[in-house]
Design a binder for this molecule. Sequence first.
Ligand code: ADP
Ligand code: MG
Length: 591
Amino acid sequence: MITSENNTLSPNHFSYDIFNQILDGIIITNKNGFIVDVNLAFCQYVDLKKESILGYSLSHFVPQNEHYKLRSNKKLLDENGKVRGIIPIHHSRGLSYFDILTTVDSTNGNTISVLRDVTDKSTLKQQTEQYEYIFQDLFIEALDGIIFWDLKGNIINANYAATRIFESDIQDLIGSNLSTYIAKKNDHYEKIVKKLFNTGAVRDEILLIMPNGQKKLLEFSSRLHSVDGFHMTILRNISQRYEMEQELRKSEQKFRKVFEGSLEGLILWNDEKVIIDINQSACQLLNCERHEFLGNSILGIVPECNGNIEKIENMVKLLKKNGKNDGTLIIHLSDDSIKYFEYSSIYHLYSNVNFSVFKDVTEKIEMENRLKKSDTLNVVGELAAGIAHEIRNPMTALKGFIQLLQGEMQESQAMYFQVILSELNRIDSIINEFLILAKPQAVKYSKVDVTTIMKETVDLLTAQAVLYNVQFETYFDQFLSIICCEPNQLKKVFVNLIKNAIEVMPTGGKIVIRIESKDDKNICISIQDEGVGIPTGKLKKLGEPFYTTKERGTGLGLMVSYKIIEEHKGFIKVESVEGVGTTFHIYLPVQ
Ligand code: ADP
Ligand code: MG
C-alpha cells in the first residue's frame, strides 16, 4: 500500500515526476508574475539551470518587441482564466517559437503555462504566407494576362493584364466561358485541347475573338490543376507580331510579283556568289532553265570569254566597296551571234544579298554602231564629193592628152602606156565610188523587179567569174519582187558584193545567189561564197571607210553598198564562218 506519509511515493511526488518527465515545457508563475517553478523540458529549451530561471518573469525570456503579446495574453487570461498563443523565447542558441497554453490554478492563484516548440511550423507558415504575398503581387502586377478556370472552362479569376487582353471588365470576364472566345474551332484548336488534357500542359498560339469583335492572336501556356485545383492559363498578345508577319508576307508577295513580272533579268545572290533566286526573264535572256542556275555560282551565267569572268569578279569587289556597280557584258552565243547585256548591281548590307538587274541591249548597241558608221559615212561622203569633183577635171585633161599621145608612142613604150591607162581607169573608178557618196545626187527612184537587176549583174560579171574559175548558182523565188529603188545604185551594190565574193576565192568556187520573200514587208537578197571567211572580231569593221585586207583594195565598196541600202531603208547582215565562207544578206522593204 502506498501511504500519504511515504514522501517518495506520495501522489505529489508522483505528479512531480511527470512534471519533469513531460516533453512539453511547463512554467508556473505566482500572482506577481514571477516564475516559481519550471520543468526540465523548459530548462532544456532555454538551455539554463532551473536556479537561473526562478524568480524572473516570463517577459525576461521574450524579446522586447514581442512583449505586447504577453500583455494581451495576460488580459485574455484574466478575462477567461485560459489563453493560447504563440510567443518567441530567446536563448543561447537563438530564438524559438512556442505554442503556449496558460491556465490559472484557482486554488492558489498561480498560473500554469504549457509550452510546445513550434519553431519549424511557424517558419513554414511564415514562408507560405510570404509565397502567398509574392503570388498575389505577381498575379496583380504581371504584364502577361493570367486567368484561372474550372473544369467546365468557366473563368474564376483573372488579373488586370487579362482584362486588357479580353477588352472586358473583371466582372464580365469572371464567370464567362473560355470557349466563347475561340475564333475558329478548327483542327489546331482540337489539337491544343487534346494535348492539354493528355499531358496536363500546353503551350501554343491561338486566335481569339474578343467581346468587342476584335481578333487577337495570343501566345499562351496552360496548365491543369495548377493552383487550388483550378487550371491556369498565361496569355500574351502577339497580334502586333502577327500583323507584322502578315505585312511582311504581303510585301514579300508584292516583291515576288515585281520580281517574276519584270521584263528585265533579275538575280539575287549572296556573299559566296551563289545564286539564291533568278527570275523568268533572266532565264530567257541567258537561254537556260531556272534550276540550272539556283545554288550555282554567279560566275557561271556567262561564258568565259571577252573578259566576262574578270568583269564579274571585279563587280563583286566593287559592290563590297561602293554598294553598287554597273557595266556591260559581251556574250558570244553558240550560234556565233553576239549579245550585249547592260547590268546594274546593288549590295544590300542588312540582308547580305546582292541584287543584279540586267537587260539585253544588243539592238541598242548595234543601232549606236550603225549610227556611228553612218556618221562617218556622211562626213566621208561630203569630203569625197568635194575631192572627187576637184580630181575629175584634171583627170579628164590627163586622159585626153594621154590618148592623144597614144598614136605617137614607140612600140617599146606601149607597155608603160597600158599601165598608165589602167591606173587612170582605177583612179576613175575610185572617184566614181566616191561620187556615189556625194550628197545631193541625181537619184531617180522607180518600181523595178530586183530579180531583173540581179540577172543583169550576174551576166555582167560572168566573164570575170570564168576568169577566176567561179560558178554562179541562182535561186530566185517565184514571186513579184518589184520594189521602189534606184536600179543603177542597186546594181552597184550587187556588183560590189559579187566582186568581193569572187575575189575571196582565188582558186575558184561557187557563188550562190538567192532572192527570197521574207514576209509581206521584206525581201532578202543573199550572196554566199566559199571564201576564207571573216573573223568575228572583224565583222564590225565591214562598211568602215578604207577598211580593206586586199593589197590593191580601196575599202570603199562595202561602205558605198551599206550607204545605198540604208538609203533604200534596208539593211545588210553578214554571216561568216572562217574557212567555210561568207554570206551577205541584203534586206529591202517591199514598199
Ligand atoms: P575592197 O574590196 O576594196 O577591199 P570592200 O569594202 O569591198 O573593199 O571590202 C572590204 C573588206 O571586207 C575586204 O578587203 C575584205 O577583207 C572584206 N570582205 C568583203 N567581202 C568579203 C567576203 N565575201 N569574204 C571575205 N571578206 C570579205
Ligand atoms: Mg570590194
